[in-house]
Design a protein around this ligand. Structure first.
Ligand SMILES: [Zn+2]
Length: 90
């Protein structure tokens, strides 16, 4: 199966054997264009990773707030099934 190449800038279909670095239609530097596109995708991927990490940290942060609140009110933590208090007293 032959894979067609397309110009990433103007979308012109290029021959599989087209090896010149510039698009014949718009003259864009194909190698460099793709390189920049890859960099862009890498940056987006990195941003997504940082965002998910940030959300995770925020969740931990909220968990700490809930934990502190529960300790202050003497309530069992919402994510603990068996209340620690009963075990202590019984
Ligand atoms: Zn082009």
């Amino acid at each position: 199966m032959k894979e067609d190449k397309y110009c990433p800038n103007c979308g012109k279909r290029l021959s599989f054997f087209y090896m010149k670095p510039n698009c014949p239609a718009c003259g864009v530097d194909l190698l460099r264009y793709d390189y920049e596109g890859r960099l862009q995708r890498d940056a987006e991927q990195a941003a997504r990773e940082v965002e998910s990490l940030w959300r995770f940290v925020r969740k931990i942060d909220k968990a700490r707030l809930v934990e502190r609140h529960c300790l202050k009110k003497g309530r069992p933590l919402p994510w603990e099934d068996a209340p620690a208090e009963e075990k202590r007293e019984g």
